[in-house]
Ligand binder design. Structure first.
Ligand SMILES: O=P(O)(O)OC[C@H]1O[C@H](O[C@H]2O[C@H](CO)[C@@H](O)[C@H](O)[C@H]2O)[C@H](O)[C@@H](O)[C@@H]1O
Length: 272
């Protein structure tokens, strides 16, 4: 990629600020669909081969590099090949978990997760979920995937209200995503996670960037917008796909999926 192009003046200001003062910038990234191509089996997802090398080149140049993901933090580190990247922080499960320099912090899940886990098979059976429906148990959350169903969108719609009811009964919330509905604890999202991460650093960043592809990343876009309103230059990057268009509508920069994100990382490391 040559210099990344912004569709907005605010995004251009953000990119200029990152190039001018990288040592004060905070760069945040989602994992699935942004650093890792989408695949049918969640356990088979791996980062684009250029992602970890590009992040390793950027890490010593910028103020902070943070991955904010719905994955458990340790899973993102493993699937990303991120373990050796000095300075990288991974906030997992929408910010409930933190990995940094090999140290993992994981809170106890609320009781509702165990209750939802016990009830989920019965609920899916009663809803007539197709047999290809797949439940990913993430410890802190349960992700119900329909990507492998013959009609994934139809299967997802069939489950939407029944999973919302289960979430309400168990004190959880539903996080919708790319052919997935997750039951997860409330009180945290990617916007809160990114904002708290930045505030906890102490120093006001010279600029902020967040790149994502899915609905859960909109909250992080919101955090970038909030920071911009406070005078911090910011960039919202959409890792484009045909499955989700809501991010492109709010993005400053749109790139072509994980290969485009890696090219963007490389360009930023070259200060282009
Ligand atoms: O916040 P993210 O890093 O984007 O994680 C969100 C969810 O991503 C995963 O599911 C998605 O990717 C799978 C692998 O490519 C794909 O099969 C699935 O259809 C997508 O929804 C992951 O499995 C979830 O746990 C994450 O919360």
């Amino acid at each position: 990629m040559n210099s990344p192009r912004s569709l907005t003046a605010a995004g251009s200001d953000g990119l200029d600020a990152i190039r001018d003062t990288p040592a004060g910038a905070v760069l945040g990234f989602d994992f699935d669909g942004t650093l890792a191509p989408i695949v049918d089996d969640p356990s088979a997802a791996r980062a684009h081969p250029g992602a970890a090398p590009a992040l390793a080149r950027l890490a010593p140049l910028v103020g902070s590099l943070v991955i904010v993901t719905g994955r458990p933090a340790a899973v993102a580190v493993e699937y990303g090949g991120f373990a050796g990247i000095d300075g990288l922080v991974v906030l997992g499960q929408y910010g409930r978990e933190r990995w940094e320099s090999g140290t993992l912090t994981v809170p106890e899940p609320p009781a509702g997760v165990a209750e939802a886990r016990a009830k989920l098979p019965g609920v899916l059976g009663a809803a007539g979920a197709p047999p290809e429906t797949y439940v990913e148990d993430k410890g802190q959350a349960l992700a119900v995937h329909t990507r492998r169903c013959a009609e994934p969108e139809v299967a997802l719609e069939r489950l939407r209200s029944i999973l919302a009811a289960l979430a309400e009964r168990t004190g959880l919330v539903v996080e919708p995503g790319r052919f997935v509905l997750e039951l997860r604890p409330p009180g945290m999202d990617k916007g809160v996670a990114l904002r708290s991460f930045i505030d906890d650093r102490g120093a006001r960043p010279s600029a902020v960037l967040f790149a994502g592809d899915d609905l859960g990343d909109l909250a992080a876009f919101g955090a970038v917008e909030e920071l911009r309103a406070e005078g911090v230059p910011g960039v919202k990057v959409c890792s484009g796909s045909t499955e989700v268009t809501a991010l492109a509508d709010r993005a400053d920069v749109i790139v072509d999926g994980p290969p485009g994100v890696v090219a963007l990382l490389d360009a930023l490391a070259r200060r282009e």
